[in-house]
Design a binder for this molecule. Structure first.
Ligand SMILES: NC(=O)c1ccc[n+]([C@@H]2O[C@H](COP(=O)([O-])OP(=O)(O)OC[C@H]3O[C@@H](n4cnc5c(N)ncnc54)[C@H](O)[C@@H]3O)[C@@H](O)[C@H]2O)c1
Length: 271
């Protein structure tokens, strides 16, 4: 599938931890489509993760950056522009983490120090990334930024806990900054609301198998995979979607439009 949709384009990919990561698959797909990329992740994730393998496969430098650290982000964009010899054309924000969920704290008994960290890493970080790029004029005209989100921002999924609030904020930042960056330099900012996928972040959600199977049976097309998410993201980085901005785009096999599906109705009837 090499249509060269990203021929000549340069981008930064946040959040590739291992082969299951949505960012890992997206990085590979971008390179297959002709892009050059820089990979980045938190220093601790780089130590634990397997990113060197991906970097070799993609012929990409790895520049560490904690998304909550402005010096790291400044360094990332500055070094990326030096590496590419100019602005970047696309950015993938594929970052999320909740310490409360990791520790098993329920939504009705949150530790707010942890919640602030969750918001910073999972939501405010998009603003930090965009503000850094905006000030450095680091993204080209009609450049494209995509952040990954989940439908718990709109509907209640109790086990998604504080991450639902983080995703709602993330989607709002995409709209709000989408205005300013659109006016400044026609830069496009969208979120992709993806089906559940078994990744490190995904599997941190309590009852995750239930999420995955329920969504699969509710969706007329079934769940969208991480590979399919990578394909969709490529289209948003390409010139074929130059007028799409400030949108939350569902990539979920139809799940978000469903009330009930026949398989789920039949299961309920048999109870
Ligand atoms: N897996 C799913 O079911 C699913 C569904 C919808 C949306 N998403 C979203 O997709 C994105 C990617 O998640 P994934 O499922 O590929 O899991 P993943 O665990 O592979 O990726 C999460 C990434 O966030 C990075 N990260 C955490 N803290 C960071 C920090 N301080 N600085 C920089 N990076 C940091 C991790 O190192 C990791 O690479 C997340 O935003 C997630 O919420 C996932």
């Amino acid at each position: 599938m090499a249509q060269n949709l990203l021929q000549g384009k340069k981008g930064i990919i946040f959040g590739a931890l291992d082969e299951k990561s949505i960012a890992w698959k997206t990085a590979k797909r971008c390179v297959e489509q002709g892009a050059q990329i820089v990979l980045t992740n938190a220093p601790i994730a780089l130590r634990m993760g397997e990113i060197k393998k991906l970097a070799e496969e993609c012929n990409a430098p790895v520049i560490p950056a904690d998304v909550t650290n402005m010096d790291d982000l400044n360094n990332l964009f500055t070094k990326s522009m030096e590496h590419f010899g100019g602005q970047v054309d696309f950015v993938l924000h594929s970052v999320g983490m909740s310490i409360n969920m990791r520790k098993g704290n329920p939504y009705t008994d949150l530790n707010y120090d942890f919640t602030q960290k969750t918001m910073d890493i999972s939501a405010l970080s998009l603003h930090r990334v965009l503000q850094t790029a905006y000030k450095l004029d680091a993204i080209s005209e009609y450049g494209s930024v995509v952040a990954l989100t989940y439908i718990a921002a709109q509907r209640v999924f109790p086990d998604y806990s504080e991450m639902a609030d983080a995703k709602a904020m993330l989607e709002s930042i995409a709209r709000s900054f989408g205005y300013h960056y659109g006016v400044k330099n026609k830069v496009r900012i969208n979120t992709i609301s993806q089906s559940p996928v078994r990744t490190t972040a995904g599997s941190g959600v309590k009852g995750f198998d239930g999420f995955v199977n329920y969504a699969d049976q509710m969706s007329p097309l079934g769940n969208a995979s991480a590979d399919q998410c990578a394909d969709y993201t490529v289209t948003l980085f390409s010139d074929l979607t130059r007028m799409v901005t400030m949108q939350n785009l569902y990539h979920d096999g139809g799940f978000s439009s469903m009330g009930i599906s026949l398989p789920v109705a039949e299961k309920m009837a048999s109870e």
